[in-house]
Ligand binder design. Sequence first.
Ligand SMILES: NC(=O)c1ccc[n+]([C@@H]2O[C@H](COP(=O)([O-])OP(=O)(O)OC[C@H]3O[C@@H](n4cnc5c(N)ncnc54)[C@H](OP(=O)(O)O)[C@@H]3O)[C@@H](O)[C@H]2O)c1
Length: 467
Amino acid sequence: MKDIGLIGLGVMGRNLSLNIGNKGFSVAVFNMTSQKTKDFIENEVGKQDITGYYDIKSFVESLKKPRKILLMVKAGKPVDSVIEKLIPYLDEGDLIMDGGNTYYRDTTRRINELNEKKILYLGIGISGGEEGALNGPSLMPGGSKKAYDLVKDILIKIAAETESGPCCTYIGNDSAGHFVKMIHNGIEYGIMQAMSETYDILGKVLKLSADEIGDIFEKWNEGELNSFLMEISYKIMRHKDEETGKPTVELILDKAGQKGTGKWTVQTSIDMGIPAVSLNAALEGRVLSYFKEERLNLSKKVAKDYPKDLYDKDKIIGDLENSLLFSNLILFSQGLWVMSEGSKVNNFDIDISEVLKIWKGGCIIRSKMLDFMRAVIDEDKENVNLLNNKRVLEFLMTRLDSIKYITNIARNFYIPTLVHNSALDYFFSMIEGNLPANFIQAQRDFFGAHTYNRIDKGGIIFHTKWE
Ligand SMILES: NC(=O)c1ccc[n+]([C@@H]2O[C@H](COP(=O)([O-])OP(=O)(O)OC[C@H]3O[C@@H](n4cnc5c(N)ncnc54)[C@H](OP(=O)(O)O)[C@@H]3O)[C@@H](O)[C@H]2O)c1
């Protein structure tokens, strides 16, 4: 009998089943398209105890009870469809886990539906892509503790390891795991957009080649900007297209794709009323990139008057490094605020310090900065907004001149810097005691009698006859 079953032999499913097999567990695998199962068993499985099944019934019957089944199928309807096919063969106490990028509210619905049938369910956020799935991802399981305890040994063994321990922890109740993974991806969108803005400035202002940008990224990766995304970035910059010999990155069409997790993060932040302006800016950056035709047409209609002044290359590179650090910390602070509020609203009971710990290895946003934020959270677990911390404010203030300088240069060169600008504006908003919202209130009251409060007479609602 097999220790665990896995359904969905796409990129992630194949690598995860090999990872589980490599840790000494026996695995039953099933895929909707049978040929993929056959190819996987014949060509990729080696010494691991992994067996392919070609119908759901024999797949389920091959599993030790209580059965543990991990779904690695496309998020959305496919998950419901697979669950529906599994149910007739499952017993009370069996466990289904969804490791896909599922919208957390779908996970809540499935937990409730399966609870009625006494079938356990975990929504597991998995980060690390193809390589992480094989060698150790960051795992964010959420659901009942009873469900987690059933499978915890396997999850901990297959997760990445750092000096702080395994990159897997029980995230919290209900769909907490998928909620945290969603925010992870929202932050990921932000960091990628901020990095792409940096790349744009290095190329368009300093006229550096991809190789030269790669050298800068590699150097940054040895310092405070050390991260998985920085590491892959210098490798990307140096990669050459075999056919043309040109940097591959320069041959890629400038339209960024997305699968929904960034959008859900922003939608969630808006629903909860938490300002996540830079996460939103990053999402909009991808949306804007999609309008290639319009952009090209308009670019031909506008004469751009570029500055003739000579810029200090070393200063710009130094300030770019600082600006990226500033933007990244703002992106994390917005994401963690949404996470904290979501945890409260949904009773997820998420320990944010633990989340930062399991993001240290395996996942796409693993970075040196996580340790700093973790120390900040540990100082005051009630603090939902990192900006309230003295050391965070100091970190940002010491980089403020850099990001002001960089966003000005970008403007002079007509370079859009959505995340850098929004990070700066967010920071300015958060450190401003008097926003012009008084004027908005006056306008609202003028045209819609929406009323307002006064600064000198608290607790009373006012309306003015403006004309
Ligand atoms: N790729 C990543 O880096 C990454 C990272 C973290 C999480 N994820 C998430 O992990 C999940 C799997 O990702 P992937 O990249 O491995 O996807 P993938 O390569 O596109 O594979 C999708 C899998 O879903 C199956 N599937 C699709 N529709 C189905 C249906 N109606 N019924 C049953 N099975 C169905 C496919 O079966 P067939 O082969 O028969 O089509 C295939 O096994 C997704 O939710 C994804 O968002 C991906």
